[in-house]
Design a protein around this ligand. Sequence first.
Ligand SMILES: Cc1ncc(COP(=O)(O)O)c(C=O)c1O
Length: 369
Amino acid sequence: VTNIPFLDLGAAYQELRDELDAAYHRVMKSGWFILGAEVEAFEEEFATYCNVKHCIGVGNGLDAISLLLKANDIGPGDEVIVPANTFIATWFAVSQVGAEPVPVEPDPETYNIDVERVEAAVSTRTKAIVAVHLYGQPADMSSLSEIANRHNLLLFEDAAQAHGATYFGKKTGGLSHGAAFSFYPGKNLGAFGDGGAVTTNDTNLAEKIKVLRNYGAREKYHHLIQGCNSRLDELQAAFLRVRLGILDQWNDRRKAIAARYLDSLGGSSLVLPRLLKGCDPVWHLFVVRTNNRDLLIKRLAQIGVTTQIHYPISPHMQPAYQVLNSSKDRLPISEFLQQTVLSLPIGPHLSMDGVEKVVSSIYQLLEEA
Ligand SMILES: Cc1ncc(COP(=O)(O)O)c(C=O)c1O
């Protein structure tokens, strides 16, 4: 019987075991755990990787987004345009600074924000757009920056799912005023705990976020502003330096799997993701659409293939955003996606044999259906 996990994090450790263990011992022996040499080195290395001037390590991806907004004085009374189809963190970051998330429907084929619908959502209170490179595919950043320029809005990236993806040859993280990354363990660049980062070319913004993440202090016990505590720790930074060294290689493995899926599932009834011109996605997720979802999930699980749904409930339908629930037909495309999307297994440790197994099982099950 097959065992194809959705993502194999144990295998990620095994492949890098010696280097990760060495990183662990290096930090433990140093006796220094918060804001030290490892974080500084990782910040420099990740900034270089993203081809930006600054990287600031923070506690997690959610904080990375909210710190970007806060550092740009976005708060109560302001509106921020967000994708309707995203992980809820994008919305929470806006709500947490006291601003209002204004959702815009996705393009049903790329799953990313539909740029044709963005301008209709701009009001006199709109301050920014947070683009999300969902599932690892960059959003249509040139259209978004045109709109942002036209209406004098700030443009940010939520790059939590897109470490290493490029848009017309330029890396995500450097495609806007500032970008947020998550290093949650399952991400393409994942830590072994929580972690996140902000990248930007704006030196003032970088300085402000550095102060905000550390109790509003540049110097211990001298608090310039009311900041928070959101710091990447030394241990996670040391692990991330190891993972960064192999990121491109592991992204290439994901790309090969995605290419195989795209190639071999073309003859099935599944709707496959469409790639936007100029995008080189890193396939954090491989998301298809199907009307036979429940059956596929159940039958695949029976033969040992784990799938997931990203996301089963759109943010506007969540109890956390009850206020918006009254107008349930407001975001029909997102709701249609939430009912039909299915994420197939993908990751650097999924073998091509495993991929073939998933593909042949899908054909067989769809035929039965
Ligand atoms: C699109 C997106 N934004 C933000 C986040 C938040 O990151 P974190 O879990 O590190 O807070 C995640 C992942 O969890 C995500 O997928």
